[in-house]
Design a protein around this ligand. Sequence first.
Ligand code: PLP
Length: 506
Amino acid sequence: MSRAEYRLDQSRAPFLEGLKQYSLDKIIPFHTPGHKQGRSLDPGLQSALGKLPFLLDVSDEIASQAHGNDSEKVLREAEALAADAFGAKTTFFLHNGTTAGIQAMLLAARQWAGHNLPVEDPLREDVVEVLVPRSVHRSVLGGLILAGLAPRFISDTWDAEWSIPLPPSPDAWQAAAAESHALAAYFDTYPNYYGIAGHLDKTADLAAGGDKLLLVDEAHGAHFRFHPSLPPTALSLGADASAQSAHKVLGVLTQASMLHVNNEELAALMPQVLGILQSTSPSFLLYASLDAGRRQMAQTGKQLWQRGLELSSSARERINRIPGLQCLGEEILNKPEVRFWDPTKLLIRVDGLGLSGSEAEARLRAKGIQVELAGLNHVLALIAIGDGPEEVGALVRALEELAREENSCRQSAPAKLSQLPRPGEMLLSPRRAVLSPRKEMELAAAEGEIAAEAVLPYPPGIPVLVPGEKITAESIDFLQGCRRKGIEVRGWANTSRETIWVVDID
Ligand SMILES: Cc1ncc(COP(=O)(O)O)c(C=O)c1O
């Protein structure tokens, strides 16, 4: 975006400025937090962090005269600037990550359904449906439980070559919508963890055509707005709302996220649902970092991401020259499920060296490099605005070294997964399943029971059992197969006994 395209003065950062002013005013604080601007700190904490962050860590008092002693007003100003910069009608700063944004979108969708769908009793938990890809982040399962929504899962395509899920195809969305009864919303992840995104434009058309909501987990897309070579934002493709983890790629503190809303009815519901979900003591440090991170993006985002894109492109070329390694490139766009791709994600296959993702992760760590995640046959490295040629050069050199070492002592091939099992029938809403009485049962004996907790192999972290689903022989076989292959399974009641939680009602 060029500066001329913004409505508001993007050189301002009112929340940050107010916070700084408060510390300069030398007000004596008789209010929370109890460290009183860092006056009394554990020496270990003080030597690790210094006093400065504590000086700015005030709670609900930005008593700067410049801002009329009204932190709420300053926050609204900062959010309006963010809405202008990110292309939203309304933006909410989040202090509990995108997790809070996702759960707020789902709670608000449930309220919206009560007003907009012709259902007799919108309070019944298994009535109002949402379409969701199976590989959703676990905060979505939490949101479905909180909101009492009935998910209709859409299977992702499993890419056995890269051991990653690809987004569901437009046909899969359409088929699921056709089967659905009281559908409130399409919920999509855009892009996924690996920077790969499906046909959100087509999903937006489907949602708009049926007068449904389109809600988007855009946790990994907070930078999209600021460079034309990055994918378009979810809002620009027609989403009603999207939640972005600004902290994942921008210069802001961990847990600082934004919820952007382009639907006025949803926007009006958000203050209440966010008030239910988030702490009443937001960290002003998080808000100040969002305010400043937005200013930085609006003013210099294009240059910063130009550098990030150039660095990732040269790193990709160099990695692809290393024998035994392969870094995913734009050829991914040839897959029919894939419409957009974020080149700043370096997804690197390491099985050509005879290594699994976690083995490569550990070996890179010993060389001073920490990757973002380790999959079955790959590692993922993120390039963001904080990276420079030195850091990226160090990553490539460590990979070259790894390849030299591994080529001389190949190990056994890493575990592989073929297609994931088909989900069992949804017999209860996730909320009812989680709140019902439960009992512990051996996985091997659980066929026909109803799952009370999510159970998933990690990697790839896609649930095989979801609360409320009938447990099938296919799912049991799959999970047992994962154990035999040495893939970690999460969600056990007791890991060594291989028991799971099932619903205990007749
Ligand atoms: C796809 C996806 N959605 C949502 C989240 C939750 O975001 P946050 O950590 O900001 O709460 C994550 C976090 O890793 C994620 O990867």
